[in-house]
Write a protein that binds this ligand. Structure first.
Ligand SMILES: Nc1ncnc2c1ncn2[C@@H]1O[C@H](COP(=O)(O)OP(=O)(O)OP(=O)(O)O)[C@@H](O)[C@H]1O
Ligand SMILES: [Mg+2]
Length: 468
């Protein structure tokens, strides 16, 4: 190895040292060749005790069959996202998700690397959340009438529409509210899925029981299972008896949002619960019967989810007993006047204003616009206008530029002053990003989807443009 190689090696080591995930690499003989500070912290050992040593010598409690690194060296097959929960030798509870990959050079297996994500904090937070939810449930049990106030606040009359398809949907929702059959809902972002689900719960005989909503995309998949089904003491070191959301929602409704983000093995478990009506806590032996109505929602059409295999077909058929589809706003522009008026009244009340209308030109622009963020986007456009306006009428100057469109508006007829192209591009990019974030209420994942760029790219641009 010449000097440059050594320098490059040192640089690579320094780079890997800055990553805040544990990295542990061994050569084909099981000798540790790289072990960063984070990995050493998880294992509560000094790096020097591990570097250059054989894995089983450095970690005597492991064996060739229990060590994932050794397994990968033997099989050459990767092991993805393995959840491990253990106390290290300092007595710290560590919750990790490990991915172990073979390292191949010119097709030959030369070693293996393990990348360990620390979930301890996320897990503690989500467990706290469940404990709090359980406390709220217990505290409210004697006062049933108060209970629905914390769960579902919307009623079917809160769904503002005069569109014939949506009106039929409301009638269907009221009818199906009386049964316990599963429901599958599809609607683009901002079409009012949460509104509809809460309304169904509140129109159902379960209205004074729990309403619990869980977004399946919001929780790391390795934790979702214990959140849904609970854990039993002893299922892994440090595990305590904890009910899952199914038990907390017993007698009521469990809304599983973005079900197409749920890992397929958990979807299989969900199907079993739907079929047998019993759950077993992770690591537990006892089965609990639960009486929960499941409402699931997807933000992609079913045929796409089935084709892309993000939704199991057996679960789809079980959930699809009742199917509700909310049309996007662009397909029901007849709803625009009613919704516009509704949001003007809402913000008049909140802001203490006396706005009465939108002017004709705004109506035209609203009708021409595509509304990719649906009703939520309309609400935000009106909220934003009512923040900046005086007087009683919303005019085209008050509404976001992308909705106002290209047709000349008074100031826009003036020639645009020239500016360097590079700066103009940066400004445009920043505007589009801010707009996407406003429409998705700051949700980076969703904003990236609207902008059709990877989430990581958006994250990078946010840092670069100093947004957030
Ligand atoms: N028909 C409607 N009448 C009144 N308000 C509505 C209607 N549809 C949606 N909204 C409002 O629009 C916003 C978005 O609705 P909601 O959160 O139910 O959408 P969603 O489909 O669940 O969106 P996402 O997929 O992004 O979670 C809420 O503030 C809701 O009150
Ligand atoms: Mg929603």
């Amino acid at each position: 190895m010449n000097i440059t190689d050594t320098k490059e090696m040192k640089m690579i080591q320094a780079i890997l040292g800055t990553i805040d995930e544990g990295i542990h690499a061994v050569d084909a003989n099981g000798i540790t060749i790289f072990y960063n500070h984070v990995a050493a912290k998880h294992d509560a050992v000094e790096r020097e005790e591990v570097l250059g040593k054989h894995l089983l010598e450095a970690f005597p409690s492991l064996s060739a069959s229990t060590s994932t690194l050794m397994k990968v060296i033997q099989t050459g097959e990767p092991i993805y996202n393995q959840h491990q929960s253990y106390y290290n030798i300092r007595g710290m509870l560590i919750d990790m998700v490990n991915t172990t990959l073979p390292i191949k050079v010119d097709g030959e297996l030369v070693g293996a690397v393990e990348i360990a994500k620390d979930l301890t904090k996320v897990k503690q937070l989500s467990e706290k959340l469940i404990d709090l939810q359980a406390k709220v449930e217990t505290a409210q049990r004697p006062k049933k009438e108060r209970r629905s106030q914390t769960g579902a606040k919307y009623h079917i009359t809160d769904i503002i529409t005069n569109d014939p398809v949506c009106e039929r949907l409301k009638i269907k929702a009221l009818k199906v509210a009386s049964t316990s059959s599963p429901i599958l809902i599809y609607g683009e972002t901002g079409t009012g899925k949460e509104l509809l689900v809460q309304s169904i719960h509140n129109a159902s005989p379960r209205k004074s029981e729990a309403f619990i909503a869980q977004n399946c995309a919001a929780i790391p998949s390795s934790l979702l299972e214990s959140i849904l089904f609970g854990t039993a003491k002893g299922s892994y070191t440090g595990a305590v008896d904890r009910p899952g959301l199914f038990e907390l929602a017993d007698g009521g409704t469990l809304f599983l949002d973005e079900i197409n983000s749920m890992p397929l093995d958990i979807q299989a478990k969900l199907l079993r619960v739907l079929e047998n009506g019993v759950i077993r806590r992770i690591g537990g032996t006892k089965e609990h019967g639960v009486n929960v109505r499941i409402i699931a929602a997807m933000n992609e059409p079913a045929d796409v989810c089935l084709r892309e295999k993000t939704l199991r077909s057996d679960l789809y058929y079980r959930l699809n007993v009742i199917n509700l589809q909310i049309p996007p706003l662009r397909d029901r522009k007849g709803d625009l006047p009613l919704l516009t008026d509704h949001f003007i009244q809402k913000y008049n009340f909140l802001f203490g204003k006396l706005v009465t209308k939108v002017d004709e030109e705004v109506k035209v622009r609203f009708n021409q616009y595509d509304w990719p963020g649906n009703v939520r986007e309309l609400e935000h456009a009106i909220e934003s206008a009512m923040n900046i306006m005086d007087g009683d009428s919303i005019t085209v100057e008050h509404i976001p530029m992308h909705i106002a469109g290209d047709t000349p508006a008074p100031e826009r007829t003036k020639p645009i002053s020239l500016q360097p192209l590079r700066q103009a591009l940066i400004d445009t990019e920043e505007n589009l990003i801010r707009q996407a974030l406003a429409e998705t209420e700051g949700n980076i994942q969703k904003a990236a989807k609207l902008l059709e760029i990877p989430r990581q790219t958006l994250q990078y641009k946010l840092t670069k443009l100093n947004i957030l």
